[in-house]
Structure formats: C-alpha cells, structure tokens
Design a protein around this ligand. Sequence first.
Ligand SMILES: N[C@@H](CCC(=O)N[C@@H](CS)C(=O)NCC(=O)O)C(=O)O
Length: 232
Amino acid sequence: MADNMVPGESEVVFVDFWANLFGMRVLIALRELGMSFEYIEEDLSIRKKSDLVLRMNPVYRMVPILIHRGHPICNSINILEYIDEVWGHRHAEAGGTQLLPADPLERASARFWADFVDHKVFNTEMRLFKSKGDDEKEAAKGELIRQLRQLEGALGDKNFFSGDEFGFLDIVVIPLSSMFRAYEQQGTFDLEVECPKLMRWEKRCKERESVRSTLPDEEEVYRMHKKWYGIE
Ligand SMILES: N[C@@H](CCC(=O)N[C@@H](CS)C(=O)NCC(=O)O)C(=O)O
C-alpha cells in the first residue's frame, strides 16, 4: 500500500480471518496470480464485526470479502470466479493458466464439486465435530469418509482435479487439508488408508508456494475450530 493511502483503500483489498478455510482459497488464488493486495484481518474470535465488514457484506456479515476499487465481492467461490474473470486472462497470457477450465463441461463439473464441498463436506465436518456419543460420531465419520472418497473419485488418477495444471477446484479443496489431521483425530481413522490418492494430491498441492505460504499451522486451525464448534 502506498504511504498516502488509507487502510482499505488500495485497489485490491482482502478482508479475512486467518483460520477461515473459505478465505484461504482466495489468498491462494491471489498468490497464484501474483497479485498485489492489501490484507485486513477481521478478528472473528471477538464476536463483534468491524464497520468495514458490516458495510461491505451487510447481507451475510461474513468474510472473506474481496474489495476491488471500493466494490465488495463476497463468497469465496464467487470471488475466485471474479479473480479469474478479471485477472485470469492476464495470467494466461503470461504463460500461466486460467483458474477455471476452458472447456464448459469441465467448468460445470468443477463448479459441481465445489458446491459439493461447500454443501456436503463442510456440513459433515460440522456433524463430526458436534457429534455426541459413539453412534452419532460413527455415522458422521462414515459419511465424511464416503464424501472424501467421492472427491477422490473426481480426482481419479490425475495430478490435479483438472489434469496437470493446478486450478480452481484444487484451490477450493486444498484448504480442507488444514482439517485433515483434525478429522483423523476426531474420528480416529487414517486418511492415508481411506483416501491414499487424495493424500498424494495434498502433498503435490503443498509443494506450491501459493499453498505453503497460505495454509496456517494445522494444530492452531484445529484449536480455533474446536472453539468455534464448542468442543473440549
Ligand atoms: N459461503 C461463504 C462462507 C463464509 C463463512 O462461512 N465465513 C465465516 C467464517 S468461517 C464467517 O465469516 N463467519 C462470521 C459469522 O458467521 O459471524 C464463503 O464461501 O465465503
């Protein structure tokens, strides 16, 4: 940010909370595209929203929020698509790739699995963390493993979800890996045994600077989520 600028008034501003898996998607995308941006931390641990969040996302009052030239874009998937539409071409022209696949069918499939993560996997994660008693926990754990295997099926034998290039769906899914060790501890299972291909994909993604520099310490994320879910 230039010296004469007011915080939040840079051309691209990103508002988020450090342990927010949804926000990590946006950070990875911005870093993949080599974008410069101003980061503003919204402390979700104190249950009072900043004026900036109330102004920029009055409907949901949630982060992440990307602010481009003063205009807010909300919801992580929507933000990834915006980033791709506005800056993805430049990246592609410079020898990189667009985040979303070029082929409409592949694009539709990537969006389908992104929706699956947001509406199925995250719900099951919550069920696992909030489960009371062995029966509930076993049911949630079984469901989570099934869903992760379905995701693994979408990956198939490819290096990344859309082939050889790291892209949109990888960015959507990889922040979940911050919780993989937490899933294992919470459900007492081994993901290496249950979803070996997904674990190899996780390692491949983590070789990327954009991912490595974004994902916070897993134990810290787990601690924060336990607080959120009100467990232990
Ligand atoms: N669907 C949204 C979900 C964002 C979301 O759930 N953000 C949470 C943090 S995990 C939040 O801001 N919560 C604040 C609150 O609910 O008060 C997205 O993909 O961006």
